[in-house]
Design a protein around this ligand. Structure first.
Ligand code: GDP
Ligand code: MG
Length: 447
């Protein structure tokens, strides 16, 4: 994988030392070393200077410091020798482990874990109102139980990695018998409540917006895939647009949508999404509901795989796992094997990816295989019909006439209040008819 050489900045980059950990018996998509490599790409994306790494295999986490006490000594010496300012653990540290580690390593070094690092990157790249609110909320929820030092520490932590926690106005007055820590916690809880209510407002607005788009009946395609797979490059190639492309993780966070005209003249909307990564903690998945909801409402998913990556298969599986978790696994999906131009020198033999269903080889960068891809998209969305069983209320005349216009009826049944249809609809209208999917159970007889 090529790595972008970081641009020189006027600020010296924070010097980070990484700690990879493998727990025996734990199932992971990536080996300890691959995971550490990814952590270092994440650190790079966050604007950090990775000055060294170390690893440890453990049977169980040490109850105090997660890593063993000998390892703590070893890292302490290294950190001093290399003048590291930041220690990043490639696991999620519990509040207790974090507290203990902070005590052992002292005031001069900041300690964060993989989750905190990802949150920092999300914070740097969140551009929409909703994205920013969600990231800030996730940061506070993550930090609340981990608040061990006074507010100054929190502010410093936020400033260093680009987080937003420092934006909280002032420190509240201490109530009778309250410690500074309690005041800080109270302030954070207050802020969390405010963020939640602001999010509700933004979401209500977005839902209205969505409904409008659905009514316009332009099919929506969501690009999904492991981070760095080439989603933004593919979108650019298909739409000749200029969505930010960077060989960095999470270069695009907020959904970016482009209108694309297919070879036979049909129009689709293609949405770029944030990349998936292994070990993305569930609280972060929740933080990106906006992006994920976008995926859920898509008529078609294009799953982009970097087939030149040695872990291409594991990445493909890991993305599928996340799609299952957000219940997006029943949306029709095309798998795109990207970066075919690199396949000669690939470590991962192409044959290992051949079993991936519905796969189309392309090179988004060299614009190879795109024409074929657009034909496949067009035929899937506009030419293939899927069988449905629908129950539509009489009051919803719009949906009924849409079915008569675009669908093929094989059986109609009238009940009190509803029409029950059996037949076929174009695949692109699946999402529009989703609210009316009939469960062939007692619900049909309820009236
Ligand atoms: P995303 O994170 O999935 O959006 O990935 P990007 O579109 O930002 O691409 C990540 C990196 O892969 C960039 O450096 C791209 O130039 C590179 N890339 C994307 N597609 C191809 C391709 O088909 N061939 C090659 N060689 N590189 C590609
Ligand atoms: Mg991207």
């Amino acid at each position: 994988m090529t790595r972008k050489i970081s641009e020189p900045t006027t600020f010296p980059k924070e010097r980070a030392f990484l700690v990879g950990i493998e727990l025996r018996g734990e199932q992971n998509f990536l080996s300890m070393d691959d995971s550490l490599l990814e952590l270092s790409l994440l650190a790079d994306t966050a604007g950090l200077n990775v000055i060294g790494t170390t690893t440890q295999r453990l049977n169980h986490p040490n109850s105090n410091t997660f890593i063993g006490s000998g390892k703590v000594e070893e890292i302490s010496a290294l950190v001093e020798e290399l003048s590291a300012e930041l220690l990043i653990f490639d696991v999620e540290l519990s509040p207790r482990h974090l507290r203990e580690l902070e005590q052992r390593f002292g005031e001069n070094i900041r300690i964060i874990d993989r989750t905190a690092l990802i949150l920092d990157i999300f914070a740097q790249h969140a551009h929409t109102r909703e994205g920013s609110l969600q990231v800030e909320l996730a940061q506070y929820e993550y930090r609340l139980p981990r608040l061990t030092r006074a507010w100054t520490h929190l502010a410093r932590q936020a400033g260093g990695g680009g987080g937003r926690a420092g934006s909280v106005g002032g420190v509240g007055l201490r109530g009778p018998g309250e410690t500074q820590l309690e005041v800080d916690r109270r302030e954070i809880r207050k802020r969390i409540a405010i963020l939640k209510s602001e999010l509700e407002k933004v979401r209500a607005h977005r839902t209205r917006h969505r409904l409008q788009r659905q009514r316009s009946q332009i099919p929506v395609i969501a690009l999904v895939g492991y981070t760095n797979a080439g989603k933004s490059t593919l979108l650019n190639a298909l739409a000749s647009s200029d969505v930010l492309v960077a060989n960095q993780l999470f270069a695009t966070l907020d959904p970016t949508t482009r209108r694309v005209t297919l070879p036979k003249g049909h129009t689709v909307l293609i949405t770029d999404t944030v990349g998936f990564i292994q070990k993305l903690p569930t609280q972060l998945v929740a933080a990106f509901r906006a992006t994920l909801e976008e995926i859920n409402e898509a008529d078609l998913l294009i799953h982009v795989v970097d087939c030149s990556h040695p872990n291409a298969l594991a990445q493909w599986q890991s993305v599928n796992q996340t799609l299952r978790e957000i219940h997006a696994d029943n949306i029709p999906t095309i798998n795109v094997l990207n970066k075919m131009d690199l396949i000669e020198n690939a470590t991962q033999p192409y044959s290992e990816l051949a079993f991936i269903p519905e796969n189309y080889p392309v090179s988004a960068l060299k614009k190879k295989g795109l024409k074929e891809l657009t034909y496949v998209i067009e035929s899937l969305l506009f030419e293939s019909m899927v069988p449905v069983h629908l129950k539509i209320p009489y009051s919803n005349g719009q949906a009924i006439s849409l079915f008569h216009d675009q669908g093929q009826v094989t059986k109609v049944e009238h009940t009190r209040g509803h029409i029950i249809f059996q037949g076929f609809i174009p695949a692109r209208l699946l999402t529009s008819f989703q609210p009316y999917f009939a469960e062939i159970t007692a619900s049909n007889q309820e009236e």
